[in-house]
Design a protein around this ligand. Sequence first.
Ligand SMILES: [Zn+2]
Length: 139
Amino acid sequence: MSAGVALFLGPLILIPVFLFAIAALAVDQLVLREDALKDAEIVVEGTHGPVTYWGTVMHVIGSCPTQRTLRPGATFTVAEEHVWPPLCEHADRAILATVARMRSDRNFTEAPVHFEDEAHAFDIDLYETKGELRSERAA
Ligand SMILES: [Zn+2]
């Protein structure tokens, strides 16, 4: 095989590899979401009112000056404008602000929440519930 053909075929061979990697990543994301949803089902027990949104803490850098620890992987729900279990006040506020933005657009069913200040920074994935989560105490 000449160098020219190899140069031409090289990228072609990579295409299925890329497609496979993308598919694997998508499945991975789906599994992550399913796992997080199971956690959210446990969390929902302490929630008051219908759960409208839920989410997971993805990344945390630094620590909150209010001494409330934000733990990566922590799952929470949003019901009646309250985050349960409460994260740090910065996270709660950032989540509720994003919820308000998501409410204004029905196509907006998931959104990233990002916050950073001098003390800490975090990323949270926020999802609208699609009737997946129900609080026992929902009115
Ligand atoms: Zn904080």
